[in-house]
Design a protein around this ligand. Structure first.
Ligand code: K7E
Ligand code: CUA
Length: 661
């Protein structure tokens, strides 16, 4: 009873503290906007933005693309969630993209993005995205803005610490948020956490020629939780850093039980050494089941394969490649400065920002300057790795980005502000309020060797009074700051879709000239392609009816189809014959239980339809493609099961050609 009382009091006081802190309102609200701000974000009609900004969609499972500085929404790229708007996850071609070891999943929670890099700078080729709920990493092709590959991660649960990449995109890493039982017997009591659970960190190898992902190896770690990660760069090129919480190894009420220790860890992994261990056969091949889904741009089709093996390394058995650095207090972000020397931790409950020195860390490791070990992994002494602490920066530090001019910018959720500080002397230089409760920050190139600087975007969790009320739920908000001067200047607010977490930005020039305008029809290798109207046809195979149908402004061929029966599975393989930029056609059929499909020029997409009753069903184009878009329509006649209505189809057929019965 006494135990319960003190326990609930402790819980209560933490809650009161957090509520009290969360209600701090930023100062200076009235004077926050300067008169010149409008000019700085104004992108005249017809002009392009300077940067692409890729923003995670959080609980919408997608990635959205904004222009900076205007804040204009340019596109939403479907990644881990179905998108009825264009048929992603509904078309026969894209259904395999959402396959997992749990079957087909229509949704996930997308938090972090990383642009592929060459020499530590974004190269504009790919964008990697994580799925938090059912652990996966996706690769988006930045020429097509399509999700091209999704790799599931076995032995992981809550893939939060992901998908950060090394300087030349050698690897993308993924740390598990939840430790889980791993191996043959996973049906264990939750209270056996300490005994039976493990964490993992996955290293995904990226093929530099085509971006293909493969799970190279996994580290089996103590049962702690990984939050975020970042690769080293320059001198720290060989290393990867992971923030860890729940070093207490709690499995219930983590809010309290995982906030006991004064310090958790940053885990430093020498991935070059790990590679060496793998080469020397120090890994153990384990059975596992995970899906690997690949979309092929010439067949316009995705395939899903179940992989069955994973190589694991156990750092408690193999020396000298994994170390823990103590980090106060439930660290969230771990960010490496452009020089690769400074490792910035951000303890959610800490009142300071610890900055570690890579040089000091190496010396400490060499001298074995350890504070014992944590489950077989050496713990480097805090002071031995510490470069210094930023004192009184704010409350609830989360994430840090860099401007390439020696400054760091850290977000503070609780005190709702962005704080600029100097890497050299760790002095706070400036602070500006955010509206409200900022999570991640993005500076174009802000986690790379060569940040492009100029702007900082804050992604805020709470909007409250910033926009017109829209009922109980309000859009999350992004705020754009000019960081070119000594003081940050707030320029713009814009609402965002889903819940943005991490975001990345890069100069538009790195992408816009390579952007695909249409797919070449002569290169279309789809098995059901129709390369011209003359090839259009309808083929019955048992109860399957394959409709080879074309679309071009402003008709379908065929647009009259008879001979379909109730009980048939009809596959509309729609080929868009257009060879021009920005002329997609849509396709929809009445009563379809899935979605529409939106077919890009030169592409083939398939919509499956199972008519449930006899009748004449309209089909039409859903995308206003031409003056006579509204006329882009037709009919499918469905007869009752077993009827012998002959198969007839065409466009502009004489009435005499239409079936009579
Ligand atoms: Cu939103 Cu990176 Cu999932 Cu911090 S995390 S805010
Ligand atoms: Cu094609 Cu509207």
């Amino acid at each position: 009873m006494i135990h319960l009382n003190s326990y609930s009091m402790r819980l209560c006081s933490i809650a009161v503290l957090i509520i009290a802190l969360a209600s701090c309102k930023p100062r200076n609200e009235a004077g926050a906007i300067n008169a010149g701000a409008a000019e700085k974000v104004y992108v005249a009609p017809g002009k392009y933005d300077e940067f692409y900004n890729f923003v995670s969609g959080g609980f919408n499972g997608q990635v959205s693309v904004y222009g900076i500085p205007s804040g204009r929404l340019l596109k939403i790229i479907p990644v881990f969630s179905v998108m009825p708007e264009n048929g992603y996850g509904y078309s026969e071609e894209t259904k395999p993209m959402l396959e997992t070891s749990h079957g087909s999943l229509p949704w996930d929670d997308q938090h972090h993005l990383e642009l592929s890099q060459k020499d530590g700078t974004p190269d504009g080729r790919w964008l990697f995205a994580n799925a938090n709920n059912t652990p996966r990493v996706a690769r988006i092709n930045l020429a097509t803005f399509k999700t091209e590959e999704i790799l599931e991660l076995p032995n992981s649960a809550g893939n939060h610490s992901s998908p950060f990449c090394t300087e030349n995109t050698e690897y993308v890493v993924a740390g598990t948020r939840f430790s889980v039982p791993i191996g043959d017997n996973q049906d264990v009591p939750i209270t056996d956490y300490k005994k039976s659970f493990n964490g993992t960190v996955s290293f995904i190898k990226i093929d530099s020629s085509n971006g293909r992902m493969s799970l190279a190896f996994q580290l089996l770690t103590p049962a702690i939780n990984f939050d975020l990660s970042h690769a080293g760069k320059g001198p720290s090129h060989d290393w990867f850093f992971f923030s860890c919480y729940n070093v207490e190894q709690a499995h219930t009420l983590l809010e309290v039980n995982a906030s006991q220790r004064d310090k958790d860890f940053i885990m430093a992994v020498n991935w070059k050494k790990a590679e060496e261990f793998i080469r020397n056969n120090k890994g153990t091949l384990k059975n596992s089941r995970y899906a690997h889904n690949v979309y092929n741009e010439t067949t316009h089709n995705a395939t899903s394969t179940i992989e069955t093996k994973v190589l694991t390394l156990d750092p408690s058995q193999l020396n000298d490649f994994v170390y823990f650095i103590p980090c106060p207090k439930s660290p969230h972000g771990v960010d490496i400065d452009p020089s690769g020397e400074y490792i910035v931790g951000s303890g959610k409950l800490a009142a300071l920002i610890p900055v570690f020195s890579f040089t000091k860390l190496m010396t400490a490791i060499e001298k074995k300057d350890f504070d014992g070990d944590y489950q077989g992994i050496p713990v480097v002494k805090y002071e031995s790795a510490l470069y210094g602490e930023v004192q009184k920066p704010g409350l609830g530090p989360l994430h840090t980005e860099f401007d390439g001019k020696g400054n760091a910018y850290t977000s503070f959720f609780v005190s709702s502000e962005v704080v600029k500080w100097s890497l050299k002397d760790l002095k706070v230089l400036d602070r500006k309020p955010t509206y409200y409760s900022v999570g991640h920050l993005c500076i174009p190139g802000g986690d790379t060797k060569h940040p492009f600087g100029k702007y900082l975007i804050a992604y805020n969790k709470i909007t409250k009074d910033r926009y017109l009320p829209t009922g109980p739920e309000l859009a999350q908000s992004a705020q754009l700051y000019d960081i070119s001067g000594d003081k940050m200047e707030l320029l713009l607010d814009f609402p965002t879709v889903g819940e943005p977490h991490y975001a990345q930005a890069l100069p538009a020039d790195l992408i816009k000239n390579n952007s695909v305008k249409y797919f070449k029809i002569e290169e279309n290798k789809h098995p059901y392609v129709t390369k011209g109207e003359k090839e259009a046809k309808v083929v019955r195979e048992g109860n399957k009816v394959h409709v080879y149908i074309t679309s071009i402004r402003s008709h379908f061929t065929p647009d009259n189809i008879e001979g379909v029966r109730v009980g048939d599975e009809v596959y509309f393989h729609v080929t868009n014959l257009e060879q021009d930029w920005d002329i997609p056609h849509g396709f929809a059929v009445k009563g379809a239980a899935n979605a529409e499909i939106l077919i890009m020029p030169g592409e083939t997409c398939t919509l499956k339809w199972v008519p449930d009753a006899e009748g004449v069903y309209p089909i039409y184009c859903t995308d206003f493609c031409s003056a006579l878009h509204q006329e882009m329509q037709g009919y499918v006649r469905v007869s009752k099961a077993g009827a012998n209505t002959p198969l007839k189809y065409g466009t502009n057929l004489p009435d005499s050609a239409v079936a009579k019965n």
